[in-house]
Structure formats: structure tokens, C-alpha cells
Design a protein around this ligand. Structure first.
Ligand code: NAD
Length: 440
């Protein structure tokens, strides 16, 4: 039995800070080694992680690999391929008054000790992707997995110390008390993924130390469907994006915004799309996930009568199952339209046309994503220019976040800051301005 008292947050941060101060995490070789070891962990323990994700969220093995394990491996490979280029100092032109022999450039400095707080819905990807960005930028990192995905949290706590340099990486498991204790410490950056309420708690705590934050939050991401496109394709893509991970995806299309005629025409297409994806009895489909816990199950069940179920509507509390559900005739003031759904319910809300849709979007919080299904170039341009959202997807939900060279993040209520690929280096570094004027 191990009767040592567990290391306290202050001790962990002090230990990691000493490592950072020693210069250990700075060399690119160290960073590359950590990323390679993380890759080894994911390939050697992919099936353990998939099992944990199944236990927490009923994720199928295919989904676990596609959206979490392989996703993270791709991000590692992309970073390993480009890290040297991303870190290269950038020359800046020098004004004439400094003389011809003066030079200027920017260099990326690691920040120090970074805290990553992760949510439960993609508990592997959303913990490891920010962490690997922070390591690639040369930082020490404390990661805090979500207590609401306990199997994944335990797997992270067990595996990460076996593969990574424990003098620079620490895993702290726990719930609100543990996170609160961590947040009293001084970090050099805090990266939080989750909801806006806790985002505010994090930002308040960070303000005490003037610590910069990245907040990856959520919100109601609309899907605008124009008259004209092939609605079978639209329904299929929306259903795939919405019902992945049983709708518990931060960039899931939250609701459909369309004109009344298109709304009616979409209904049978959604029925067909859902059946094609999950069969006549989605509860028996291995590809359809479960709601994370009973609290969320009850919350979502309470939203079901916000409209007429075109498909779905069934629930099973003991299995935390809610059928993939499409709701029509939804009033914009209905409960399902008042908060981010974060579950397998897709309401269809009607608007008169494009102007109305743009107003509808701009009257609400800036979403994490906006999806647009249209054949019209003018409509694309208007939505791109006249609305603001973290990301914008034409024709395909979710996929923009798989492009490593695009920044992933929100705006306004959907968050601040971004990451992925080189944007993680930007986030987890200080871009230092350097001027060199020879003494001669
Ligand atoms: P969660 O409840 O797991 O919380 C996230 C983290 O915050 C956990 O580590 C938790 O321990 C910690 N936490 C919770 N309450 C706290 C408190 N009072 N003080 C300090 N720490 C606390 O996750 P969640 O918020 O339910 O996740 C769902 C939300 O996250 C949705 O709004 C979703 O859109 C958003 N999300 C955003 C992204 C993104 O990348 N932008 C990704 C996934 C989820």
C-alpha cells in the first residue's frame, strides 16, 4: 500500500516550474520525444482507450478511433512534420532610422507551466490535443481530465506518466474541489474546454495572476438550409454531424434554420437518413452512443416536447438512451431553443428567407460554428460576411476542425483563442520581439 500523501497542487506546479526553469523542456529534441512517446501510447493502448470511451459514452470502437485516437495521432504527425518550420524566427523589416546594420525578428518563447482542463465529451482528444500543442511549444503541462468521463480520466492518469517525462507533465484527476484548488495556483496559460459558466470561473481565477486564457466553449451552432440543394444529401450530412457521439459534440449542428417549404421537404429525408445510419431500432445499433449521465438524460428528456417528433422521441433512462430525434414545428422560444442542446435532438426552426435567417443568427450569441447548405454563391457570401461564428462550414458539419491548418476556436460566447497545428504554437508561446544593433 502506498501511504504517501498525494502531491498537492502547489507542489506539482512548483516541481513543474523547476523543470521548466532548468531548461529541460526547451530543446526541440525533448519536445519531439514527448510527441513520439504520446504517439506510442496511443498506438499501443488504442484499444484500452476505446474501451474506456465505450464505458463512459457508449462510443463504438470505430468512432473512438476516428474522432479521438486517430484524430490525435494525426495532429501529432502534422506537428512533428512542421514543428521546425513553425518555430523558425521571422525577420521583420527595420526602419531606416535604425541604420542598415540593424536587424529585427520574432522568436517563439515557451510560456512556462500550462494548465489544460478538459471536458467529458471527447475526453481523450480534448485533453491530449491541447496538451501536445503545449509540449510542442516547449512548456510543462498539468492536465485535468473531466470527472464525468471517469474511465477515460483513469486511463489518462495511468498511461500518461508511463510514456511522458513526469518532471514536466502531471495529471490531476478530480472534480470541482480539485479544479478549484488547481486554479488558485499561478500558471502561465490556462486552456479550458467546457461550458461558459465554468469558463467565467476559470477566467476570474486567471485574472488574479494575470494569466492568459484560452476558452473553448460551446453554444447553439445553426445549420442554414437554402432552397435548392439535394435534401437527401443535406439530411444525411446533418444527421451524421448531429448524431455523432449522441449529439454531445461542441460543434454539432444544434438546430436547422430553413424556410417552411424546405422544412417540410426535409422531414422524410431525415427519417430516411436516420434509418440508413442506425437502422429501424437505433437503440440496438452499435454506432449510436449514450448520454453521459442521468442529469443530462433528464435535461434532454425535458426538451423532447418542444416540437413534433418527425423521427425518434423514444427514451430509456436505465440505458441513458435517447433516440436520434428530429423535431419539427419548433417555436424559436421553445425550451429546446433556449440553451445548447448537447444531445441527439435536432429542432427545425423556420424563417421567411435569408434576411430573416441572418437576423435570427445575429440576434443570438455568436456560435462556435455555422453550417450552410446552399447552391447560391451570393447566399454563401452574405452569410460569410454578415454573421460571426468560430468556424464556418459549407456543405459539411464538423469537418473544419479536422483540418489541422485551420485555427479551431470560438468567438464571443463560444470562446476566445484557438488551437490546432501552428495555432497551438501561437497559443502556447510568447512571440518575442528582438532587435539587434551591432555595437561597432
Ligand atoms: P465538464 O462538466 O466535464 O467540465 C469541464 C471541466 O471543468 C472539467 O474538467 C470539470 O472538472 C471542470 N469544472 C466543472 N465545474 C467546475 C467549477 N465550478 N470550477 C472549476 N472547474 C470546474 O464539461 P461540460 O462543461 O459539461 O462540457 C460541455 C460543454 O463544453 C458544452 O457547452 C460544449 O459545447 C463545450 N465544449 C466545447 C468544446 C470546444 O472545443 N469548443 C469541446 C467540447 C465541449
Amino acid at each position: 500500500m502506498n501511504d504517501r500523501t498525494p502531491e498537492q497542487p502547489a507542489e506539482i506546479v512548483a516541481r513543474l516550474r523547476a523543470t521548466f526553469r532548468s531548461g529541460r523542456t526547451r530543446p526541440v529534441e525533448w519536445r519531439v520525444t514527448q510527441l513520439r512517446r504520446l504517439r506510442d501510447m496511443l498506438t499501443e493502448h488504442g484499444s484500452d482507450l476505446a474501451e474506456a470511451l465505450h464505458a463512459d459514452l457508449g462510443k463504438s470502437t470505430t468512432e473512438a478511433f476516428r474522432t479521438e485516437i486517430d484524430f490525435t495521432v494525426r495532429e501529432i504527425d502534422h506537428t512533428l512534420d512542421h514543428l521546425d518550420a513553425w518555430l523558425r524566427p521571422e525577420r521583420a523589416p527595420v526602419p531606416a532610422h535604425l541604420g542598415e546594420d540593424a536587424t529585427a525578428w520574432t522568436q517563439y518563447d515557451p510560456l512556462g507551466v500550462v494548465l489544460v482542463i478538459a471536458p467529458w465529451n471527447y475526453p481523450v482528444q480534448l485533453l491530449l490535443t491541447p496538451m501536445l500543442g503545449a509540449l510542442a511549444a516547449g512548456n510543462a503541462v498539468v492536465v485535468k481530465p473531466s470527472e464525468l468521463a471517469p474511465a477515460a480520466s483513469a486511463a489518462m492518469a495511468r498511461l500518461l506518466p508511463r510514456y511522458l517525462d513526469t518532471s514536466a507533465v502531471a495529471v490531476v484527476e478530480g472534480a470541482i474541489p480539485e479544479t478549484t484548488a488547481l486554479l488558485t495556483e499561478r500558471f502561465d496559460h490556462i486552456f479550458y474546454t467546457g461550458n461558459g459558466t465554468v469558463g467565467r470561473v476559470v477566467m476570474r481565477a486567471a485574472a488574479e495572476h494575470l494569466t492568459p486564457v484560452t476558452l473553448e466553449l460551446g453554444g447553439k451552432s445553426p445549420a442554414f438550409v437554402d432552397r435548392g440543394p439535394d435534401l437527401a444529401v443535406v439530411a444525411d450530412r446533418l444527421a451524421r454531424g448531429k448524431f455523432l457521439n449522441a449529439g454531445q459534440t461542441c460543434v454539432a449542428p444544434d438546430y436547422v434554420l430553413t424556410d417552411p417549404e424546405t422544412a417540410r421537404a426535409l422531414e422524410p429525408e431525415f427519417v430516411r437518413a436516420v434509418e440508413a445510419l442506425f437502422g429501424a431500432e437505433p437503440q440496438r445499433s452499435a454506432d449510436f452512443g449514450r448520454i453521459v449521465n442521468e442529469r443530462h438524460f433528464d435535461r434532454l428528456s425535458g426538451l423532447l416536447d418542444s416540437g413534433r417528433a418527425v423521427t425518434g422521441g423514444a427514451t430509456d433512462r436505465s440505458a441513458r438512451y435517447i433516440a436520434p430525434t428530429v423535431l419539427a414545428d419548433v417555436d424559436p422560444a421553445a425550451p429546446v431553443m433556449r440553451e445548447e442542446i448537447f444531445g441527439p435532438l435536432l429542432p427545425i426552426v423556420t424563417v421567411a428567407g435569408l434576411d430573416d435567417a441572418i437576423d435570427f443568427i445575429n440576434d443570438r450569441d455568436k456560435p462556435l460554428a455555422l453550417y450552410v447548405f446552399t447552391d447560391s454563391a451570393a447566399t454563401r457570401e452574405r452569410l460569410a460576411a454578415e454573421t460571426s461564428s468560430g468556424g464556418l462550414g459549407f456543405g459539411l458539419p464538423l469537418a473544419h476542425l479536422t483540418v489541422s491548418d485551420l485555427p479551431f476556436g470560438g468567438v464571443g460566447e463560444s470562446g476566445m483563442g484557438s488551437y490546432h497545428g501552428r495555432y497551438s504554437i501561437e497559443t502556447f508561446s510568447h512571440r518575442k520581439a528582438v532587435l539587434d544593433k551591432p555595437l561597432g
